[in-house]
Design a protein around this ligand. Structure first.
Ligand SMILES: Nc1ncnc2c1ncn2[C@@H]1O[C@H](COP(=O)(O)OP(=O)(O)OP(=O)(O)O)[C@@H](O)[C@H]1O
Length: 435
């Protein structure tokens, strides 16, 4: 997330809108000093700061020991927080990370010794309950090799524990940086997997609404790992009519979504313009992701959120600077077809999978190594970002910096009802132990 990692309000919220964002900010503040300091630590620049981890010099042995000590302390703390009924089945091994309402830990199933991730969500406050219900409703319906799999759920009044398959291969951009060699072919391999997952979701009528590199995790560190779409906290049912499934996303049935939400840099123009939108917003985000994966830079970016939004709604981006001269026209065409302002003109996920650049795995492109330019751009971004984040305690109310996390603004409760109605469907491969 961004410097502040806060859920932030857009400039003008209209009367009648229910701002979940304010509650979210209040909620995080209510966690107390200790919590907010730790939270601020997790708060990071959008996609590039995770990659920046790989760019840091190696720490010495002492630092390593300190880190391990801290990790053990944290694990002990999370063990205290975990419900004994969950602990009876799973042994907590390490803390993986934190979200706005969640902590994710690596666990081992006591009987089978199989590793999993458990996402523990606080559901006492309505905001956490909302996000959790959304995520659970989606996860209970999906089963696909490129979508994170829910294995089991424990639901209690204060907390929900989602047992998920454990992704140990790191985030998409971390891998791009760490592999040392990256070509268009590699980019198409990654994008094909994401597109397969997204096509599956869209065909089920699920719009993710927060696609970004941080939410794309490799299942294992090996070169042949699956890439998984994760984090369904902002997903929704709706936005995909039969028109979308048939490859034409212009039908009236598909334009049912209204909530303004997402991560600013990846938000489609129609979302920012508060127009009804469809699952084509995910395709816009995939265009942004394709741009980043090929270049290490962002198509739309500005320190001022207002200017960022303006550049997105104008749809003006360029292929200037390295490594773009080395990138094929077919790859650029792919991006162009995902980033038209008119959502009806955007490729659907199924169409994107058949775009010649993706379908041929960049066969006609040069196999130039783009890694150096990509890493350089990522590194520059990381340093710009850290200079924009003077303090880890930066206020979440900062309204000038971008990369500050997600926007959630609800207009009416139409979508919530849709989501919940769909969420009542029985889980696939998931059990819900009684309280
Ligand atoms: N199944 C999983 N396997 C491995 N790591 C995971 C898994 N699910 C989540 N994570 C990691 O755990 C961390 C916290 O994830 P989580 O989804 O709770 O929050 P987030 O998406 O980072 O933040 P927010 O809730 O504000 O969007 C992230 O670094 C994420 O990559």
């Amino acid at each position: 997330m961004g410097c502040g990692n806060s859920k932030v309000l857009p400039e003008a919220s209209k009367k009648g809108y229910v701002s979940v964002v304010q509650s979210l900010v209040a909620f995080s503040k209510a966690q107390g000093d200790d919590e907010s300091k730790k939270h601020a630590k997790k708060k990071r620049a959008p996609w590039f700061s995770t990659s920046a981890k790989n760019l840091q010099p190696a720490s010495n042995g002492q630092q390593q020991i300190l880190r391990e000590g801290r990790q053990q302390d944290r694990v002990a703390k999370y063990k205290d927080k975990f419900d004994p009924r969950v602990m009876a089945r799973y042994n907590i091994k390490a803390l993986i990370g934190r979200g706005s309402f969640s902590r994710v830990v690596r666990v081992e199933h006591r009987a089978t010794r199989q590793p999993f991730a458990i996402k523990m969500m606080e559901v006492e406050a309505p905001e956490g309950r909302e996000v959790c219900a959304t995520e659970l409703a989606v996860l209970q319906r999906v089963s696909h090799s490129h979508v994170i799999q829910l294995m089991e759920v424990f639901q209690f009044p204060q907390r929900v524990y989602m047992v998920l398959e454990l992704a140990t291969g790191g985030e998409l951009l971390d891998r791009v940086v760490s592999r040392g060699h990256f070509t268009e072919r590699d980019a198409t391999q990654a994008l094909r997997m994401v597109l397969a997952g997204v096509a599956y979701l869209h065909n089920l009528g699920i719009t993710h609404r927060d696609l970004k590199p941080e939410n794309l995790l490799y299942y294992h560190p090996g070169a042949d790992s699956r890439l998984l779409v994760t984090d369904f906290g902002l997903a929704t049912f709706g936005g995909a009519g039969s028109e979308v499934v048939n490859g034409d996303n212009s039908g009236a049935d598909s334009w049912s979504l209204r909530t303004t939400c997402g991560t600013p840099e990846y938000m489609a123009p129609e979302v920012l313009l508060r127009r009804p939108y469809s699952c084509a917003v995910d395709m816009w985000a995939l265009g942004v992701i394709a741009y980043i994966v090929l270049s290490g830079s962002m198509p739309f970016e500005d320190d001022s959120r207002t200017r960022l939004y303006r550049s997105i709604v104008r749809g003006k981006y360029s292929f200037h600077g390295d490594p773009w001269p080395s990138v094929s026209n077919l790859a650029k065409d792919f991006i162009h077809r995902l980033l038209p302002l008119d959502p009806a003109a955007r490729l659907t996920a199924d169409q994107a999978l058949h775009h010649p650049w993706v379908a041929s795995m960049a066969a006609s492109s040069s196999m130039k190594n783009l890694h150096r330019s990509i890493s350089q751009n990522l590194r520059q971004r990381a340093s710009r970002s850290s200079s924009r984040c003077p303090s880890s305690n930066e206020s979440s109310a900062d309204s000038t910096n971008v990369g500050l996390g997600k926007l959630i603004l609800l207009e009416g409760n139409q979508e919530q009802q849709q989501g919940r109605a769909s969420g009542r469907l029985p889980a696939r491969g998931a059990s819900t132990p009684a309280n």
